[in-house]
Design a protein around this ligand. Structure first.
Ligand SMILES: Nc1ncnc2c1ncn2[C@@H]1O[C@H](COP(=O)(O)OP(=O)(O)OP(=O)(O)O)[C@@H](O)[C@H]1O
Ligand code: SF4
Ligand SMILES: [Mg+2]
Length: 363
């Protein structure tokens, strides 16, 4: 039996600054501060979403967590072990456990390889299984993701977008991972196909006891499939909360603006909207103090000078804003009490029940 809140993957003070290579006599450009001092925990068996505008650092943070990028500073801890202290051989084993699914399955699948090779390659690399065993395993993986074993002889261009994403997922599953990171796994797909792929990911999570980290623009997808959501702005996490609490009572002004930007279908759901004005500042020169102050309708002098701490609240929430209490109270007309909604409590109960019935991954 698993403990729902036990961490599987942790980032401590993760930082990634990209430095452009300039010519010998040129002045060095300011580094792009893609991720700055981010700490977060991914819990075993949960679906954690990373959201935020384009360029906020979601993909970079995801790649840091999966050890696909070397951090400028900070540590990644996987199952209690600091990846920075592992040997090359130990790291190879960890990489099998932590797999990624890309946004554009066409770009991420080698067009000259057939499906047998694409999906079979990780098995060949990691398992050294006999050829017939590999073929059987590829057939099993294809069935698992809703494709037919006969598809193994075909090439990526012979498939639809949704089928190609299934091939990408089969390849990611080939090394029997414990955690899958989907970097915008459905945003390149038609809306009708998006739901099918989301459902597939949820089924696989159940079947194999996976942990999912989903990077996404689409808040609707996130609301449907995640347990907790981390909101990123300009290389930092500004709010982290259980999904229903975040949607029903966003505390950070940036989260409020993001949620307000989601179209609502029912008139009763319409409320006064907070429009997110201006562009995100350059990550090479982030504003001092609170990085959101240049666009925040609630900004005050303190916000320009002091960086807010990422405060831990009751009810499993964290927020980085000097004035979240006042802002939230003003919005609701009464002092804020951060209590979980009924929907959230039901979801949490379901999540916990699901965790306790999960079997070991990949029997
Ligand atoms: N290899 C790189 N070299 C230089 N800058 C980079 C590199 N990768 C990312 N960046 C920059 O780091 C910042 C964060 O990028 P990242 O791709 O992590 O954002 P994102 O939130 O995933 O955006 P999107 O939603 O567009 O995918 C951006 O300013 C981006 O231009
Ligand atoms: S700290 Fe200030 S600028 Fe930043 S989000 Fe809060 S109110 Fe806005
Ligand atoms: Mg990205």
């Amino acid at each position: 039996m698993k403990t729902p809140d036990k961490p599987i993957l942790e980032g401590h003070g993760l930082t990634k600054h990209f430095t452009a290579n300039r010519g010998f006599l040129q002045r060095a450009a300011a580094p792009v501060r893609a991720v700055d001092d981010v700490s977060l925990t991914v819990r075993r068996g949960e679906t954690l979403a990373l959201v935020g505008e384009s360029g906020s650092g979601k993909s970079t943070l995801g790649r840091l967590l999966l050890n696909l990028l070397e951090p400028t500073a900070g540590d990644v801890i996987y199952e209690g072990r600091n990846l920075g202290n592992l040997s090359a051989q130990e790291l190879r084993k960890v990489r099998q456990d932590l797999q990624i699914i890309f946004q554009d399955p066409f770009a991420s699948l080698n067009p000259r390889m057939n499906v047998q090779r694409i999906v079979g390659e990780p098995i060949w690399l990691h398992d050294a299984a006999a050829r017939s065993e590999r073929e059987d395993r590829v057939a099993e993986l294809l069935r698992t993701v809703g494709l037919a074993p006969e598809h193994a002889e075909r090439y990526p261009h012979e498939f639809s977008g949704g089928q190609r994403q299934r091939i990408g997922i089969a390849r990611a599953l080939a090394s029997r991972p414990k955690l899958l990171l989907g970097d915008e796994p459905v945003s390149a797909l038609d809306v009708s196909v998006q739901a099918q792929v989301v459902n597939l990911l949820e089924d696989l999570k159940q079947q194999f006891g996976l942990t999912l980290v989903i990077v996404a623009h689409g808040l609707a997808v996130i609301r449907h499939m995640s347990d907790r959501v981390a909101v990123m702005y300009l290389g930092e996490i500004v709010e982290l909360a259980p999904v229903d609490a975040l949607f029903e009572q966003p505390l950070h002004p940036y989260t409020q603006a993001l949620i307000d930007s989601v179209p609502v279908s029912h008139p009763k759901d319409r409320r006064e909207r907070q429009v997110l004005g201006g562009d995100m500042p350059s990550p090479s020169a982030p504003p001092p103090g609170c990085r959101f102050h240049t666009r925040c309708p609630h900004a005050r002098p303190l916000c320009r000078e002091n960086q807010p701490v990422f405060e831990r609240l009751p009810d499993d929430r964290q927020v980085a804003c000097h004035f979240w209490r006042e802002i939230a109270s003003a919005g609701s007309g009464s002092p804020i009490v951060v209590t979980p909604s009924t929907a959230f409590s039901q979801r949490l109960a379901l999540f916990k029940a699901r965790q306790s019935t999960l079997t070991e991954p990949h029997p």
